[in-house]
Structure formats: C-alpha cells, structure tokens
Write a protein that binds this ligand. Structure first.
Ligand code: SAH
Length: 486
C-alpha cells in the first residue's frame, strides 16, 4: 500500500448555514408590538442597524420596550405596507396568524429581503441562534429550531468556557492585525505569530493584552521572518479512540495543521477535530496487513515539512509507545526539520480507565511493564524476558498480542506464572464499541478463539486486575469496522 490521499467527507450535511452578518449602517425592519419584537429591535440595534419598528395601532398600548427611545430605533404606529420593505437588510416580524405571515413572507421575497417571522419557522429565511457575546468574538448556536432549550444550555456552557477577557484579546487582534500584515511575511510566518498570540491569550485570558506583549509579538515576527515559510512536524498522540481523551494541545495542533498523516488506528471521531482545510493522508500502518513502509512515511513527512507545511503526524495512543516515533524524530532531525512531540493517552491507560482499575498496586503490582508481542518479522519477539513477565508482583500490558496470545500464555506458565493470574482483554478500548473480556493467563487464548475480535486489542495481566470492573462485556462488535485492528 502506498500513501493514499484520503478524501473523506469534509463536512456532514448542515441544517442551516451559520453566517455572521454585519449590520452597521444598514436598515432593518421590525414589525409588531410585542415584547418579542421589541427584543429583536434591541438586538438589531445592538448589532449597529438603523431599526424601524412598525407597530400597528392596537387596542392595547404597545409594551413600553417597543416604544422605548432607543437612539437607533424609530417607531411608526401604523400597519406595514409593501414599500416599507424596500432597501431593508432584513425584516423581523411578530404577526397574529399564518395568513399575515404568508403575506409578509411573500412581500419580503418579492423585495428580496430575508425575513424572520417569530415562532413561525415555515415562513423564515433565517433564524436567530443563541448568542455568546465577547464582541468582536461572537458565538452563535443553532439547533435549527429542534431544541431551543438545548441550545440555551449549550450557550451557558460556552459562556463558562470563554473567559470574558477574550473580548479584549479579540479587540487587540483586530488592532494589531494591520501591523502584522504590514510586515509582508508569508502565510506561514503570519500564522506562527497568531499562534503565539493565541497561546498568550489562553495563558492569561483575564489580563488585558499589554503593550509589552504587543512588542514581544512583533519581535517574534522578526524571527518568524527569518524562518519564514519553514515547515515543521508535530508528532501528536491521538489517544486510544475516544476524542474526549485528546489533550488540549493535541486539539490546538490539529487545528493548525496543513497536512495530517494518520494511522488507521486513529478514529474518525478524532479526525473531526482537525482543521477543515487540512489535507488528510492515511499512511495506514496496521500490523499483519499491507502498510506503508516506515521509510516512505518518513520521506513524505520530511518532504511536506520542507515544502513549508505544518505536518501533523497523528498516531494512535501515545506516539512514544510502540509508535516508531524514534525513527520519525530521527528522520526530521537528519533533514533539519523542526519537530515537536505531543503525548497522548496510551491504550493501556485507556483500557485501565474503562476497567476502573489501577495498573499499579501497593501490594501486588509494584512494576508496570508494556510489551509488544509483535517483532519486526510479525512473530513473537525472541528476546522477551519471560522471568520478568512472569513476576507475580507486576502488571503487564501486552500490545499487538492478538496473533501470538497462545504462545505468550504457555511461555508465561512455563516461566512459572500461576495460570490463574487474572488477564483482561479489552478490544476497542474507550470507543463506544469497546468490549472487555475477563480471563486468566492460562485461558486467555480462548477469548480470541471464541470471539471475533476485529478491533485493536490490549491484554492487561497481573493480580492487580482482580480488582477490575466486572460484568458487562460491552457492545457488540461494530459492524462498520471503521477502526483499524492489529
Ligand atoms: N501508540 C499506541 C500503540 C500502538 S501499537 C498506544 O500508545 O496505544 C498498536 C496496538 O496498540 C494495537 O495492536 C493494540 O494492541 C493497542 N491499541 C491501540 N489502540 C487500542 C484500543 N483503542 N484498544 C485496545 N488496544 C489498542
């Protein structure tokens, strides 16, 4: 298999298109004398529109807010007419019935004005989402009318996540942008400056960006200038599968990637976190199946970085555990390409977390050992230290053990290990389709014989595993089989 340019769907179908519409200096029309209409008038005025409210003369006096003297809002006490729509950027109306809604929607369409008729989605060209306001940073949330309360709850979460100070950072970015543009740096150089800016914002969101920080940013621009257009490689741990187990740093790095070279073990859910525009190339390393040669992967990675790209080499689990990261780091160093490593959660940790069991134990597991049961030739490595592996006071995590489990089992028992020592097999650890099988060192091969385990499997063995969560073996195997196996 050669590296293949994988073109997955970049984006799933969208119920609505979120756009951010600048209303400053434009005219907007609000029709209706209700509180809801008044609130929309206020919202549109806050977004800079010149708002005209047409409130038909009612028997009841209109609610006070509708006639409150908003500087940018003028109120006309009469019925709306077709001509009122001319030249409007948009119209929002609260009307009594569907017939009126239909008339207004038709008039708006004729005038080419997008319309929102409050609480009548069938007549709406656009909707208002829930808003998180850190202007100029604005977040809009829509459920396409499916679940407004859900949307508001999500808004509350995002409110918590976004420090208020981001408003000042976003303002600073706007002020500093012309300066950065004027430096005439290539795209890569500018991106680096803004990455530094983002780092600073996340580090001290509650402090207003200072003059000193601005100076430092511009000084770093000078350096970025000399290193202009230089690509780099980030070796990133994707974790065992559940995207929630990505580190914040991994997510941020995925967001700034130009190209992503990923293994088949990396789940689709994790790839969803990548920058949409990033090119994705599967370099499908799967034990026991045809895969890209390591040398080809190294060459591709280095040549893309040499061409100025930010290459993310995305690997399952932790790149530093059975990931051949050493060879990739060496290839980068040799080619003079900058490389950084972002660790991930290794399969053993993910599986132990699912089992709610500690890998170490003060009484019966003072040593934790990770082994690969897969040598270069695909067979059991012949230099494994069986005495150490049979140590009753250790926990052993066996990676890539599927094909050699029977031999591992008999060699351990031959080395003196009690065949009743607990062994747990976890397939697809941390993914929704995870399955867990409780067995023993003596019997663990039968787990693989009796169940079709297509996903990646890790075996954890040792007396510490006697405290592993029992019961539910997990969901049936994923029929789509989207996750690479070993
Ligand atoms: N760097 C990875 C390991 C790569 S070797 C890490 O740190 O986890 C590939 C092996 O890891 C697989 O054969 C399997 O034994 C194990 N593995 C990876 N992801 C797994 C998962 N979600 N569930 C169970 N085992 C997994």
């Amino acid at each position: 298999m050669t590296p293949s340019l994988h073109e997955p769907e970049r984006i799933a179908p969208l119920a609505v298109l979120p756009v951010f519409y600048r209303l400053g200096g434009k005219d907007a029309l609000v029709i209706g004398a209700t509180q809801a209409a008044a609130w929309k008038a206020e919202l549109l005025a806050a977004a800079g529109a010149r708002v005209t409210v047409i409130a038909p003369p009612a028997s009841d006096p209109p609610p006070s807010a509708a006639v409150a003297p908003e500087p940018a809002v003028r109120t006309l006490a009469r019925r709306w007419e077709k001509q009122d729509l001319l030249g409007m950027a948009l119209v929002v109306a609260d009307v009594d019935d569907d017939a009126e809604a239909a008339r207004l929607a038709a008039a708006a369409r004729e005038a080419g004005v997008p319309a929102n008729i409050i609480d009548r989605p069938a007549f709406c060209d656009f909707q208002f989402g829930s808003i998180v306001n850190r202007s100029p940073l604005v977040v809009g949330i829509s459920t396409d009318g499916a679940a407004p309360v859900f949307g508001q709850a999500i808004r509350a979460r995002i409110e918590m996540l976004l420090p208020d100070g981001f408003r000042r950072w976003a303002e600073a970015a706007r002020e500093w942008r012309p300066l950065v543009q004027s430096l005439g740096l290539p795209l890569q150089g500018r991106r680096r400056i803004w990455e530094r800016f983002v780092d600073a914002a996340f580090r001290s969101p509650d402090h207003a960006p200072s003059e000193a920080q601005r100076q430092a940013l511009l000084a770093s621009a000078a350096n970025a200038g000399s290193a202009s257009g230089r690509g780099r490689v980030s070796l990133v741990g994707a974790g065992p599968g559940d995207p929630e187990l990505l580190t914040l740093k991994a997510v941020r790095t995925l967001q700034s990637a130009d190209v992503i070279l990923y293994d088949s073990l990396v789940s689709a859910e994790v790839l969803d976190f990548a920058r949409r525009e990033a090119e994705r190339i599967i370099v499908g390393k799967r034990g026991h199946r045809p895969s890209c040669k390591q040398g080809d992967i190294n060459a591709l990675m280095v040549s893309l970085a040499a061409a100025g790209k930010h290459v993310v080499r995305l690997k399952g689990g932790d790149p530093l555990v059975f990931g051949r990261a050493g060879e990739e780091i060496a290839a980068c160093r040799e080619a003079g390409v900058d490389v950084e490593v972002i660790p991930g959660i290794t399969a053993a940790s993910g599986a132990a977390a699912s089992l709610e069991v500690s890998l170490t134990h003060r009484d019966h597991a003072r040593r934790l050992q990770y082994i690969t049961a897969h040598a270069k030739n695909g067979k059991l490595p012949d230099d494994l230290d069986w005495t150490a592996l049979a140590d009753p006071a250790a926990t052993t995590a066996i990676y890539m053990g599927k094909l050699v489990v029977a031999e591992v089992s008999s060699r351990l028992v031959a080395a003196g290990m009690n065949p009743a020592t607990p062994a747990v097999v976890v397939e697809n650890a941390t993914l929704k389709r995870e399955r867990r099988f409780h067995s023993t060192v003596g019997a663990m091969a039968s787990v693989f014989a009796e169940h079709a385990l297509d996903g990646p499997c890790i075996i954890l063995l040792g007396w510490a595993m006697s405290e592993a969560r029992r019961g539910d073996v997990g969901a049936p195997a994923d029929p789509a089989g989207t996750h690479g196996g070993d």
